[in-house]
Ligand binder design. Structure first.
Ligand code: HXC
Length: 300
């Protein structure tokens, strides 16, 4: 059952948002919630049928929506889709880079072309879209009223590069680059053009391609004992974070990548039960206080 939004339904009124990968998964949930909160939505995706079906669903909810087939790896597609969005809706306020590629593979089985493919989609694709959108997003750009601020960019990232992740070397490298793009553009385009640039790093989110690819049903993903909140997230959780960052609620937020993972990236298995710690800790302290200085702990 979908939760209702805690935000006012007009927080994105009058805004125009373009979302890559906006026709499915997390991207589609952001499209839907942005639309429900007043934005007009343009969706870019590689598969026409997915894009068209997403647009029809949004329109059936009364959301002004348009779709464009395109691949973020092709600069000419990025340029065409950004220009078509502005032609259709008159301006562009929010760019969401949600298109991504992923598969599980060990480094020795990953070809350089496989590595490059994911970087091309996630990292270069994100930069290319930002590059093509700049002239419309900057303060005073075409379609923007002289009094309004610059637009905003939201890059969907991940947490797996904060440490290291098995079978994800390509995605870790790609998302590390995405985070660098987020911070550098926040600094430079925030300063020069009044554009805010932020990211969201989702954890495992139910009912997504990411989860089914990274934790296929063939694998036992049922042990959530060491996950702080003991559950996977919902696409809605990411969309609410996106609404906060992309609306005026987040008007002073620039250059951050908000982690929305229930604390998962911080988590480690619990080696000792709490009751054992209670019992042991004082004993260990007393033993080390009473021991002569310089005695190695293994001898205590
Ligand atoms: C090893 C693989 C592979 C696999 C592809 N390749 N799949 N290598 N194991 N399972 C290699 C190919 O052999 C090839 O290299 C190169 O990658 C390009 O593959 P293509 O199939 O030609 O590429 P393409 O058709 O463009 O497809 C791109 C894709 C695909 C990324 C490989 O999976 C895709 O279209 N994905 C989009 C949807 C998606 O994955 N969404 C998930 C998002 S989840 P060679 O050397 O043979 O030419 C997500 C979560 C991130 O992003 C964070 C989670 C925590």
């Amino acid at each position: 059952m979908e939760s209702s939004s805690p935000f006012r339904s007009d927080i994105l009124r009058g805004k125009v948002a373009l979302l890559t990968g906006g026709g499915s998964g997390i991207g589609f949930e952001i499209s839907t919630q942005f639309g429900k909160h007043g934005a007009s939505i343009a969706i870019m995706g590689r598969r026409s049928s997915v894009v068209q079906s997403a647009v029809s669903t949004l329109q059936s909810l009364g959301i002004p929506a348009v779709g464009f087939q395109g691949d973020v790896r092709k600069q000419e597609d990025a340029k065409r889709v950004v220009e078509s969005t502005v032609k259709h809706f008159g301006k562009l306020d929010i760019l969401v880079n949600a298109a991504a590629g992923n598969f599980l593979v060990s480094p020795e089985d990953l070809s350089p072309n496989g590595f490059r493919t994911v970087l091309d989609i996630d990292s270069v694709g994100t930069f290319t879209m930002c590059h093509e959108a700049l002239k419309y997003l900057k303060k005073g750009g075409p379609g923007r009223s002289p009094s309004s601020s610059g637009g905003t960019i939201l890059n969907i990232s991940a947490t797996l590069h904060y440490t290291a992740s098995w079978y994800q070397i390509h995605v870790a490298a790609a998302k590390a680059a995405v985070d660098a793009v987020t911070r550098n553009l926040a600094l430079e385009w925030g300063t020069d053009y009044d554009i805010r640039v932020n990211g969201i790093a989702p954890g495992p989110i139910g009912d997504t391609t990411g989860l089914s690819k990274l934790l296929p049903q063939e694998m036992d993903g049922s042990n959530r004992d060491h996950v702080p909140l003991y559950k996977v997230g919902e696409k809605w959780d990411i969309a609410m974070a996106a609404l906060y960052i992309s609306s005026d609620a987040g008007k002073y937020v620039n250059g951050t990548t908000m982690i929305v993972d229930g604390g998962l990236w911080l988590s480690h298995p619990r080696y000792l039960h709490k009751d054992a710690v209670k019992e042991l800790s004082r004993t260990v302290e007393k033993r080390s206080r009473d021991a002569p200085v310089g005695v190695p702990s293994s001898k205590l």
